[in-house]
Design a protein around this ligand. Structure first.
Ligand SMILES: Nc1ncnc2c1ncn2[C@@H]1O[C@H](COP(=O)(O)OP(=O)(O)OP(=O)(O)O)[C@@H](O)[C@H]1O
Ligand SMILES: [Mg+2]
Length: 284
């Protein structure tokens, strides 16, 4: 029943018909891809061809997916390893789809030296790509830090970490640089690796603009153990992409955002506390 599919977010026959028309192929659903946290992500197959179908909810995606398709073209023209868009558009109601080419690879458990080199090179590749002004991550970060976060009552186990994060920045936090492409969820969860090499950066459709430091700090937070040459290298690049003040603001934001989600985190409060402690140890 199409209604059933819509309810569970998966692609039903009507949805596939739309995708097939747009992409000129007779795809069928082969299964669900693991790793997706908020979206339904399905693997499509037609003969030996493979594609990835994501279904997004909310009217906002209509224009954002259009911008994302243009941006992916610009990123790929710059040599950035993100899968090409095969199609996108409305499925009816508030549902929209994005179909991309499937790229083989696995989510890396962390960053070793070779993968770090590839990822940092990828971030350099998009330095000339200038996304539209809409959805500015730099503004979102200063608004977050200058909003009510200083008054938020954190879990008692996390309160001192929140204080340390807030102490990294002046109040009010001044505007951060902007204009770069910002992925917005640049963590190892959205990387694919084949052996020691980066094969793709996925999940780019929530992109905005801002400073590349935002993504580098987010990457750092996803792998931070508080020390080590790879973390140091990523931090060095984060500073080089803007300046120390901006890195501190991005670190404060990332740490506080992680602390806010700790209560619901599948990892549990202690694991989040360890992660944030590692991130803060990089600069304090
Ligand atoms: N083009 C692709 N080729 C190969 N694998 C992919 C591709 N796109 C996504 N994947 C796999 O599916 C997983 C989920 O996809 P994605 O990260 O785009 O969705 P998500 O994490 O649910 O999105 P959101 O950030 O909205 O929660 C990825 O982590 C990756 O393992
Ligand atoms: Mg993802």
């Amino acid at each position: 029943m199409p209604g059933d599919h819509a309810q569970h977010g998966t692609a039903g026959p009507d949805d596939l018909a739309v995708v097939n028309r747009a992409t000129g192929r007779a795809w069928s659903v082969l299964g669900r891809l693991t790793g997706g946290r908020s979206d339904i992500v399905q693997l499509l197959g037609h003969g030996r061809a493979r594609a990835v179908l994501k279904i997004k909810h909310g009217a906002w995606w209509a224009a954002q997916l259009e911008r994302a398709a243009e941006l992916v073209d610009a990123l790929r023209a710059a040599g950035y390893p993100t899968p090409p868009v095969l199609g996108f558009g409305p499925l009816g109601g508030d549902r929209f789809y994005l179909a991309t080419e499937f790229v083989p690879g696995v989510q890396p458990a962390g960053l070793d030296a070779g993968l770090a080199r590839d990822v940092l090179a990828a971030v350099d590749l998009h330095s000339a790509v200038r996304p539209p002004e809409i959805r500015d991550w730099s503004t979102m970060i200063t608004e977050f830090l200058n909003g009510g976060i200083a008054e938020h009552r954190f879990h008692p186990r996390l309160a001192s970490l929140a204080d340390r994060a807030l102490a990294l920045v002046p109040r009010p936090v001044p505007a951060l640089p902007s204009g770069d492409f910002v992925h917005g969820d640049f963590t190892t969860r959205n990387l694919l690796a084949r052996g020691p090499r980066l094969s793709a950066v996925v999940d780019v459709e929530g992109f905005g603009r801002g400073t590349r430091t935002i993504d580098l700090v987010s990457l750092l937070a996803s792998v931070a153990s508080g020390s080590g040459p790879i973390a140091d290298l990523v931090l060095e690049r984060a500073v080089a992409a803007s300046d120390e003040q901006t890195v501190r603001a991005c670190l404060a934001h990332r740490a506080l955002a992680l602390l806010l989600t700790a209560a619901e985190s599948p990892k549990g409060v202690d694991a989040v506390a360890d992660q944030v402690g590692g991130v803060l140890a990089m600069v304090t």
